[in-house]
Write a protein that binds this ligand. Structure first.
Ligand SMILES: *Cc1c(COP(=O)(O)O)cnc(C)c1O
Length: 237
């Protein structure tokens, strides 16, 4: 099992970045990106102080969630959403980060049981228009936000982004800044109060926090390297 020692280290890294970039204390939430990690590993991290996890693959997530049902863990969905599985996505997560079209938002709003609070949702923006990534362009994001904001069982909170991988901190910051500016512009344009930016992963935590991230999704730096490659996992249904 992965050791939990990295957890305090990552939390300190986040706190330091909050100070360095004049962000309010505790304004950045840590989400453990726990794909491929076992329920036991998640529980060990939860017991050590990790309150939220993000999962990419629905079946894997539902299995772990069932195993951990007695624990007060906040579940985030951070994977691609297939429309034929939207009902389970709608009803099993506190947050959905990967809304990329109106139709899927509409389905989620219709399928979310009214026994639950409206689900917190983020629109995924494809900031570099990468063909390999889901998400809407930043020019389409504002209008989509305005439409989704009208849906009953969705609480639209902001945007999520996975910029192209680079170890150049200037480029990292530029992409995150564009995402933040898109959120500010959307709020101004439509009088919304979107307050969440899900941005930053293991390699770009600081740049994301510098540019206003409120949620970082950390996998390998927290849990160690994943045992299976992304490619293999992405073929799983
Ligand atoms: C895997 C994953 C992460 C975490 O990536 P690391 O580089 O391992 O920190 C964050 N967000 C999403 C959507 C992911 O799929």
């Amino acid at each position: 099992m992965t050791s939990v020692i990295n957890l305090q280290q990552i939390k300190q890294q986040i706190s330091k970045a909050e100070v360095d970039f004049k962000r309010a204390p505790n304004s950045v939430t840590l989400i453990g990106a726990s794909k491929t990690q076992s329920a036991d590993t998640i529980l060990a991290f939860h017991n050590a102080g990790l309150s939220a996890v993000g999962e990419n693959y629905l079946q894997e997530a539902l299995q772990k969630k069932a195993q951990l049902a007695s624990h007060n863990i906040e579940w985030h969905f951070i994977g691609g959403i297939q429309s034929n599985k939207s009902k389970d996505v709608a009803n099993n997560f506190d947050w959905i980060h990967t809304i990329d079209r109106f139709k899927i938002a509409q389905r989620i709003s219709q399928q979310r049981t009214t026994m639950l609070k409206p689900v917190n949702c983020l629109i995924q923006i494809n900031i570099n228009n990468q063909t390999s990534k889901n998400g809407v362009s930043s020019s389409q994001a504002s209008e989509l936000a305005q439409q989704i904001n009208e849906l009953d069982n969705i609480q639209l909170r902001g945007f999520m982004v996975i910029p192209e991988a680079t170890d150049n901190p200037d480029i990292q910051r530029k992409n995150f800044a564009l995402t933040r500016e898109t959120l500010e512009k959307t709020n101004q344009l439509y009088g919304l109060t979107l307050d969440t930016l899900s941005m930053g992963m293991s390699q770009d935590i600081e740049a994301a926090i510098a540019e206003g991230s409120t949620m970082v999704r950390i996998g390998s730096a927290l849990f160690g390297e994943r045992k299976f490659g992304e490619r293999k996992l992405s073929k799983r249904k």
